[in-house]
Design a binder for this molecule. Structure first.
Ligand code: MN3
Length: 249
């Protein structure tokens, strides 16, 4: 007990690179992930320029061995940061966009000035997609299955959870080149599909619930050309509680 007594409140917050071992990762996930993950994706979508890189809701090493530390670090600090910086540069070039949130920008792409459409599509999409991606994963020790209404809707739409997984894996493995696989919510309920590049379900008027990044930068260091192996391993780190929250948010 004396250890707990002496611990400062900050010791319960995610401290990347400082906490080691399963117990520390579990404590980080239990205390830090829910609040941080809600903040990350929803705040990114509701934010206006200048946009900023959200914190990961866990450490860079938290998804080992499914997604390795180096991949997570480069993916977050270089790739995601790159989308944020280029999105900011694009918005700064046209002050008429300064009052639009990220989700408004993505849902109204075709109404934006033509000069910024491609930059917003690629970099705004990249910022939104990655902000969601980090939050729909969590350490493998905490892996879960869908429950409640989400589980019922998956079964009703796809026949079974296994059928859903198969359809999602097919969307992910058959996406040619760079892109994403999605479970999204639209007018007709749940839907599974792939998008090229950084296109977001928001651009089609749908709400993204679960996304899997199948750009090579997301898996190549560990899985090389074995994309199906990466897709299969992904199920071990899906945070279904967060996916369910996005469905009702
Ligand atoms: Mn990526």
């Amino acid at each position: 007990m004396s250890d707990l007594k002496n611990a400062s409140p900050e010791s319960n917050l995610p401290r990347r690179g400082f906490m080691k071992g399963t117990a520390a990762l579990m404590a980080t996930a239990a205390v830090g992930s829910v609040a941080a993950s809600r903040a990350a994706a929803q705040e990114s979508l509701g934010a206006k320029a200048p946009f900023s890189l959200p914190e990961l809701p866990y450490g860079y090493d938290a998804l080992n061995p499914i997604i390795d530390t180096q991949t997570m670090t480069i993916h977050h600090t270089k790739h995601h940061q790159g989308y944020v910086s280029k999105l900011n540069a694009a918005i700064a070039s046209d002050t008429s966009l300064a009052n639009m949130t990220l989700s408004q920008l993505l849902m109204n792409l075709d109404k934006l000035p033509e000069s910024v459409q491609t930059a917003v599509r690629n970099n705004g999409g990249g910022h939104a997609n990655h902000s969601l991606f980090w939050t729909v994963m969590r350490p493998a020790a905490k892996a879960s299955l869908p429950t409640g209404d989400l589980a019922a809707q998956i079964t009703s739409k796809f026949g079974s959870f296994d059928n859903f997984k198969q359809e999602f894996a097919t969307a992910a493995s058959s996406q040619f080149g760079s892109g994403w696989a999605w479970l999204a919510l639209g007018k007709d309920g749940l839907k599974v599909f792939g998008t090229p590049n950084q296109d977001s379900p928001l651009m089609m008027g749908m709400k993204p619930l679960l996304g899997l990044d199948v750009w090579e930068h997301a898996y190549y260091l560990k899985y090389q050309n074995r994309r199906p192996e990466y897709i299969d391993a992904f199920w071990n780190v899906v945070n279904w509680d967060q996916v369910a929250k996005y469905m009702t948010a």
